[in-house]
Design a binder for this molecule. Sequence first.
Ligand code: NDP
Ligand SMILES: Nc1nc(O)c(N)c(N[C@@H]2O[C@H](COP(=O)(O)O)[C@@H](O)[C@H]2O)n1
Length: 220
Amino acid sequence: MYVVVNAAMSADGKLSTREREQVEISGPADFDRVDALRAESDAVMVGVGTVLADDPSLTVDDDARRERRRDAGKPENPARIVADSRVRTPHDARVLDDRADTYLLTSEAAPQDFVAEISEAGAEVVSAGEQQVDLPEALAQLEDHGIERLMVEGGGELIFSLFAADMVDELSTFVGPAVIGGWKAPTLADGDGFVGEFPELSLRDVERVDDGVLIRWDVP
Ligand SMILES: NC(=O)C1=CN([C@@H]2O[C@H](COP(=O)(O)OP(=O)(O)OC[C@H]3O[C@@H](n4cnc5c(N)ncnc54)[C@H](OP(=O)(O)O)[C@@H]3O)[C@@H](O)[C@H]2O)C=CC1
Ligand SMILES: Nc1nc(O)c(N)c(N[C@@H]2O[C@H](COP(=O)(O)O)[C@@H](O)[C@H]2O)n1
């Protein structure tokens, strides 16, 4: 599986505020680029923290892009994936609407009645790991569902775990013209953080987009 991580951060590296409220960091050109990235992907993934904070839809906005996917024999939207070890996704979350297939990655710690109810609400449940989702195992199972190109939109905890598991192939960050600040505001890679050995990135390109900068890295 090829994994592309994309996120927008403030000039000081924050994904949102200390209250974890969604902030529009990208401008129109960057949102359009993100829409194109979604359209090129087999699935778009977030952690349950992002679902609880943002209630995203993770679908393709542009009609022509959805039509091109249909013409290519694909579903008009990529599948949606939520890493949610204990099933905290609300039943009325947008990711559970009928615009795309949705996989909920859970662990053995998920209460069985929650699993049954969320399946009833429209999610396809994939279990991997004991306490928290085992990402390599879960993504290997998703390959059996035809997911070869995965776009990850955040948040910081999930992105850290994917780097820790050496599963990221490409990283795009849009750095926008705002300072959010705050010790507790989410950053691009949260979790425990690395000590000593850091994932190495290779700079692919840098481009001015809207009033910010798009930086693209390969992860060799
Ligand atoms: N600017 C941007 O581009 C973006 C901003 N955001 C912002 O980020 C914030 C949310 O980020 P964050 O709180 O870090 O949440 P995440 O979306 O990263 O979700 C984290 C949760 O995912 C679950 N999870 C399941 N398996 C794993 C695993 N193996 N590794 C890590 N997490 C796992 C955990 O909950 P459990 O243990 O219950 O499974 C964990 O608490 C929001 O404020 C949102 O607005 C989000 C995306 C993009
Ligand atoms: N690319 C980008 N720029 C920003 O400024 C953002 N705040 C985000 N957030 C991500 O987009 C998701 C919302 O998706 P929908 O439009 O609802 O489909 C949100 O959950 C974050 O993952 N991204």
